[in-house]
Design a protein around this ligand. Structure first.
Ligand code: ADP
Ligand code: MG
Length: 483
């Protein structure tokens, strides 16, 4: 068959528009030589590079060998229907825009073409202006799609939700869940080791909800003895126990219309678990020493670093309560399972603490970063944050070197706790390792006692007594422990 242009022949754009290497390349697939010639002429005048193919197979080969900005396909080709080619092309090159030109357009054809993802569907005779306008719009559309895609890529690379940094895939999934649950009233259980960001996440859920102008009330259920915790949560009437000198509203009332965040829920006693179940089910409770039932409108978020299901199995946590609170659960992965987040977190904390401590901007040497990437972070992001803050405070130059990282990070791995050769009574023998463990946990948590107690799963009073016993109380210790 005679073709005015050889297949694959290039028609050069006018010089003033672009050179051949940068001109947009268009493939025209049409078995009708006259119409190919006409369309190619128009395109050439408009400054495009044009290739042509009279058969679908030929078109696919050309597409495989060059990058095209647009495919213009006729309905009929030598070896197949134009629509079949279009479908094939849309599967192989989903981003490439396609225009269809047809001699006898029916509505049905139009619908099929649109379904196949054709950008525009033109019926012959096509006017030059209409044709070129459609070509231009198809290209603009493709450019827009491309731009959106690259923006999305950039976003996912620097993915974060407010103050939560997490470009890793796993954090990305978490952000998606947060975005979809935030605006609902759903109870959310946040799981994860200490320092993985549970509190931050709970606050973010509140801030992304329509309750953001109402209070966010946080209660650490592990920090108070049971009797006090109950009055803290539900309030009490004057005289209901020694020390109850006036009526007092509890945290549930304070959180009315807002969100209450119950941290360390696994520590709740059986008696408290029953009360929590009631408030979770019906949002009702009584202040201690009062018979009046009160109702509140609160969103309830909870967190724990324990395996709640295991506690249910052991009979320590009510199964009905477990199912009540486990409507939506979000598990924050430990930092050692997402090291790709570390450089981004480091930058974030460097910015924050350089500004806070009025230090000039700091960077991290490659060696220091390597150490951070291979450390196992038992204290998770809290430990990383403390390490960075410490570096900022102690920094002299512009760059943090490996040697200026906290000693427990630079220390070689796999160390076992030193054991004395002497055989001592068991209680006595366990003292030295206990002291070291407590000291290490304190270091990891920047000497914050509540966080250390959380990590060691003891209460603060126990921790305090042990710190006293081992001479770890801070007369000589400052928050930033020396190297
Ligand atoms: N993804 C994150 N991006 C930035 N900072 C984080 C992130 N996760 C945790 N942090 C910070 O780390 C510290 C510990 O987080 P926190 O929410 O208190 O942990 P958890 O409640 O699980 O013990 C906080 O200062 C918090 O702001
Ligand atoms: Mg917390």
């Amino acid at each position: 068959m005679f073709l005015p242009m050889n297949s694959g022949e290039q028609i050069q754009r006018p010089v003033q528009k672009a050179n051949m290497n940068t001109a947009p390349r268009i493939l025209v697939a049409d078995e009708d030589s006259i119409s190919v010639q006409t369309h190619a002429e128009w395109l050439k005048e408009a400054g495009y590079l044009v290739h042509s193919a009279s058969a679908g197979q030929e078109a696919l080969e050309l597409l495989g060998n060059h990058r095209f900005e647009l495919l213009i396909s006729e309905q009929g080709l030598e070896d197949r229907e134009g629509l079949d080619l279009v479908q094939e092309v849309r599967t192989r090159y989903p981003k490439m825009p396609v225009l269809m030109v047809t001699a006898f357009g029916t509505i049905e054809d139009g619908v099929r073409a649109t379904r196949a993802g054709v950008f525009d569907y033109l019926t012959k005779p096509v006017m030059k202006e209409e044709f070129l306008l459609s070509v231009e719009r198809a290209q603009e559309q493709a450019a827009l799609l491309e731009e959106n895609q690259s923006l999305r890529n950039q976003l996912s690379r620097h993915r974060k939700l407010d103050g939560i940094i997490g470009p890793s895939e796993r954090m990305g999934h978490i952000f998606e869940v947060v975005e979809s649950v935030a605006e609902t009233r759903a109870t959310v259980l946040v799981l994860g080791e200490s320092g993985t960001g549970k509190t931050l996440l709970a606050r973010t859920i509140h801030e992304h909800s329509d309750r953001t102008d109402s209070p966010f009330i946080e209660v650490n259920c592990g920090a108070l003895p049971d009797s006090l915790l109950e009055s803290e949560l539900f309030g009490h009437a004057k005289g209901s126990f020694t020390g109850a000198i006036r009526d007092k509203a509890g945290k549930f009332e304070e959180a009315d219309t807002g969100t209450i965040f119950l941290d360390e829920i696994a520590t709740a006693s059986p008696a408290l678990q029953i009360k929590l179940l009631r408030v979770l089910q019906d949002r009702i409770f009584e202040r201690i020493g009062e018979s009046r039932t009160r109702q509140v409108d609160v969103r309830i978020l909870l967190a724990t670093n324990q395996d709640l299901l295991e506690q249910v199995r052991l009979g320590e946590f009510r199964e009905d309560l477990y199912y009540r609170i486990n409507v939506v659960s979000i598990e924050l992965p430990p930092l050692r399972e997402r090291p790709e987040d570390i450089p981004f977190l480091v930058d974030h904390f460097l910015d924050r603490y350089c500004e806070y401590h009025r230090k000039p901007a700091l960077s991290l040497s490659g060696g220091a970063l390597d150490l951070l990437l291979t450390h196992d972070w038992p204290g998770n992001i809290r430990e990383l944050e403390n390490a960075i803050e410490r570096c900022v405070v102690l920094s002299r130059g512009e760059q943090i070197q490996a040697a200026s990282l906290p000693p427990h990070i630079t220390r070689t791995k796999g160390q076992v706790l030193p054991l004395s050769q002497e055989v001592l009574p068991l209680k006595k023998a366990l003292e030295e390792p206990e002291k070291l463990i407590i000291q290490r946990a304190l270091e990891l948590n920047g000497w914050n006692r509540q966080q250390t107690a959380d990590m060691l799963e003891v209460n603060r009073t126990t921790l305090f007594h042990k710190m006293k016993k081992y001479g770890l109380l801070p007369d000589s210790k400052t928050r930033i422990s020396g190297a």
